[in-house]
Design a protein around this ligand. Structure first.
Ligand code: PDD
Length: 283
């Protein structure tokens, strides 16, 4: 079945969905977004994702429907797709609206809400069983990374570079401290304790990160600390893993050309990724 998309309240065939060339999302990357995983037809942490969308929109003064309306519309759209029964994901984007191109946005614009469902894009099992390589690059982004903005040029350049280096992800470093991946958060394990950079303005407060901190770690009796991680400390960690909606809990065994965590998926990471699987596949 051909998937339909959602455009400002209408659920229509993909080829009928048209966006004005003066949409500020198109001209200025003036918008915010979310990516929500669907497991067996149920969106995972839907409310948390939509709350973050409302928050991101408010930070940028973009008009946004209320949370309840977003939840209803998301469920209504999902019910019209194949993903109401199986695994998938929804991309949700809210742009400021349409106006003749000018930097300072006029007041009172009507925002444009788009949703598109697609396959979850589950990663090969070997990534989780054997671990992945990452590379480290300078963090070239602005200082409001807590906003999930569609302005992603530094992120896409960083991800492309990872691909070029046959790595899964680029983890970024600002002033000698690790921030996050181009589309994932990062944790280390030291003597059984999980450590992740604090949710300052320099990182996105990931929903998967929060799931590990608030749901899984307490359930497994693991301590978590939110602390700045210097690059040297990062490279000496017992274990390293990434978290994200499409990344889930991904073990890292190589940083640049250096083996980390003895080149093996550590026990703590394995426990966490199995618990995450359990949580998402049994909701
Ligand atoms: N990215 N950090 C950044 C910069 C991200 O773009 C993402 C998610 C995360 C993880 O957040 P969460 O756990 O809420 O998915 C961290 C999405 C998946 C994307 O851009 O496709």
């Amino acid at each position: 079945m051909k998937q339909k998309v959602y455009l400002n309240g209408e659920i229509i065939p993909r080829e009928k969905a048209t966006i004005d060339i003066e949409d500020r999302g198109y001209q200025f990357a003036d918008g915010v977004y979310e990516v929500i995983a669907i497991y067996q037809g149920k969106p995972f942490k839907l409310t948390e994702h939509l709350e973050r969308l409302v928050f991101s929109a408010a930070e940028l003064e973009i008009e946004c429907p209320p949370l309840e309306k977003l939840e209803q519309e998301c469920q209504r759209y999902l019910a019209s797709t194949d993903y109401s029964q199986q695994n998938g994901k929804i991309y949700l984007q809210l742009t400021r609206g349409v106006c003749s191109r000018t930097h300072a946005y006029p007041d009172g614009l009507e925002s444009v809400l788009v949703m598109k469902a697609g396959p979850l894009g589950e990663k090969p099992e070997s990534y989780f069983k054997e671990g992945v390589k990452i590379i480290i690059r300078p963090d070239e982004r602005w200082s409001r990374c807590y906003v999930k903005s569609i302005a992603l040029l530094p992120n896409i350049m960083a991800k492309k570079e990872a691909k070029r280096e046959a790595a899964y992800e680029t983890v970024m470093e600002r002033d000698g401290f690790i921030t996050e991946g181009s589309s994932a958060n990062v944790f280390i394990v030291e003597k059984g304790t999980l450590i992740t950079p604090p949710a300052t303005n320099y990182i996105l407060k990931g929903i998967t990160r929060q799931t590990v901190i608030e749901d899984i770690a307490p359930q497994k009796g693991l301590e978590v600390k939110e602390e700045s991680i210097a690059l040297t400390r990062f490279l000496a960690a017992d274990e390293i893993f990434l978290t994200g909606t499409t990344t889930e809990v991904m073990p890292v065994i190589q940083v640049n050309d250096k083996e980390v965590a003895k080149g093996q998926v550590g026990d703590v990471t394995q426990t966490l990724y199995q618990a995450y699987r359990q949580l998402t596949r049994s909701q």
